[in-house]
Design a protein around this ligand. Structure first.
Ligand code: COA
Length: 328
C-alpha cells in the first residue's frame, strides 16, 4: 500500500512588517513586555491581499517544488480562521480558482491553530485509502482582519501569512502518525464571539467588538503547556521513538515560553528546534507550514528528516504529528 508523504513545502508572507515599537504607538505596551512574555519582535501584515491571495502564493511554491503541474492536484483543503468570506465560498475554492484548477474537491476546515495538524490527518486518510493522489493542504491567515487593534492583550500576538504542502502517495518518507483532539468545554477562553448564529452581524454586535479575537491569555497558556507536553510524549511513546531521534521539532508558533517548556520537557537541543515566532508572531493555521518552510529554505530540513509537529488552539483543539520529509 502506498503511504502519504509530504513531498513539498512553500510559504508566503506579505511585505509590510509591524514591529513592537510600531505597536507602542498604537496601544499601551512596550517592546520589552512583548519580547519577554511572547518572544515576538515583528509580524507581517497584509494590506491589499486577502487570505486566499496569501494561500495562493504559498500554494504556487509548494506545487512547483513538488514537481507537479496545477492540474495534477486532485484535492485542496484549506485551514483558516480568517477566511475570505464568513460562510461561502470557501477559501479553498478561491485558491483553486486562482490556481486555475477546476472540477476537484476543495473545502475549508476550522480547527484554529491546530488546523495544519488536522489537515495532515485528513490528507493521510484520503491518500492511504486511495481516494486522492495529490492533495494540496494550506494554512492561511489574515489575522489582522479579526484582531482588535485597540486591545493590547491580543493585538501584539498575531500576524498574517500562509504555508502550503503537497501530500502525495509514495513508498517511503511517509507521515508516520497524526494525533488530533479537542475539548469544547474551553470554547469561551479563545473565541471570535460575533458574526455567527449566536451574534449575527448587527451594529450592536460591532459596537461591542464581538467580531474580533477574544482570549483569556493566561488561562489558555496553562492548558496549552500541559496538553502539548502530554500530547508529544504520548505520540513519541506510541511510535517507540525517543526525542533524540527527532531531527526537527516544529511546534505551533504562539509563544516562545510555551515552545521552550515543551522543548525542555523532551530535553531537545536548539539544533532540533525550529523557532520563527520572533519574526512572524502567531499566524494560527499557517504557523507550522511557515516554520517548516523556514527550515527547508535555510537548509535545516532535508529529505528523510524526521519531524515532530505540535499545535494547540481555539476550540480547544490540539494535536501532534510524526513525519519524514519526502521533498527534495
Ligand atoms: N503590554 C503590556 N502589558 C500587558 C499587555 C501588553 N501588550 N497585555 C497584557 N498586559 C498586562 C496585563 O494587563 C496584566 O497586568 P496586571 O498584572 O496589572 O493585571 C499583566 O500584563 C499580565 O497579564 P497576563 O495576561 O497574565 O500575562 P501573561 O504572562 O499570561 O502573557 C500572553 C499574556 C497572552 C502573552 C500569554 O498568556 C499567552 O501567550 N497565552 C497563550 C496564547 C496562546 O498560546 N494561544 C493559543 C494558541 S493560539
Amino acid at each position: 500500500m502506498k503511504k502519504a508523504s509530504m513531498i513539498s513545502i512553500g510559504a508566503y508572507v506579505p511585505k509590510e512588517i509591524l514591529t513592537n515599537s510600531d505597536l507602542e504607538k498604537m496601544v499601551d505596551t512596550n517592546d520589552e513586555w512583548i519580547a519577554q512574555r511572547t518572544g515576538i519582535k515583528t509580524r507581517h501584515i497584509a494590506k491589499n491581499e486577502s487570505t486566499s491571495d496569501l494561500g495562493y502564493q504559498a500554494s504556487k511554491i509548494a506545487i512547483k517544488r513538488a514537481g507537479l503541474k496545477n492540474e495534477d492536484i486532485d484535492c485542496i483543503i484549506c485551514a483558516t480562521i480568517s477566511p475570505d468570506h464568513l460562510c461561502m465560498p470557501s477559501t479553498a475554492c478561491k485558491i483553486s480558482n486562482l490556481l486555475g484548477i477546476k472540477n476537484i474537491t476543495a473545502f475549508d476546515i476550522s480547527a484554529a491553530c491546530t488546523g495544519f495538524i488536522y489537515l495532515l490527518e485528513l490528507a493521510k486518510s484520503l491518500i492511504e485509502s486511495g481516494v486522492k493522489k495529490n492533495i494540496l493542504i494550506i494554512g492561511t491567515e489574515k489575522l489582522s482582519s479579526i484582531v482588535n487593534w485597540k486591545d493590547r492583550t491580543t493585538c501584539i500576538l498575531f500576524g498574517d501569512g500562509a504555508g502550503a504542502a503537497v501530500i502525495s502517495a509514495r513508498d517511503d518518507n511517509s507521515i508516520l502518525d497524526v494525533h488530533t483532539a479537542s475539548d469544547g468545554e474551553y470554547a469561551d477562553l479563545l473565541t471570535t464571539p460575533g458574526c455567527g448564529s449566536i451574534h449575527p452581524a448587527t451594529h450592536e454586535m460591532v459596537d461591542q467588538n464581538l467580531q474580533f479575537i477574544h482570549m483569556k491569555g493566561n488561562e489558555v497558556f496553562k492548558v496549552a503547556v500541559n496538553t502539548l507536553t502530554k500530547d508529544v510524549i504520548d505520540i513519541l511513546e506510541k511510535n517507540e521513538i525517543s526525542p533524540k531521534e527527532i531531527d526537527l521539532f516544529i511546534p505551533h508558533q504562539a509563544n516562545l515560553r510555551i515552545i521552550n517548556s515543551v522543548k525542555q520537557k523532551l530535553k531537545l537541543t536548539d539544533e532540533q528546534c525550529i523557532v520563527t515566532v520572533q519574526k512572524y508572531g502567531n499566524t494560527s493555521s499557517a504557523s507550522i507550514p511557515m516554520a517548516i518552510n523556514d527550515a527547508y529554505e535555510s537548509g535545516r530540513l532535508k529529505k528523510g528528516d524526521l519531524m515532530l509537529l505540535d499545535a494547540f488552539g481555539g476550540g480547544f483543539t490540539w494535536g501532534s504529528a510524526l513525519l519524514k520529509f519526502g521533498g527534495i
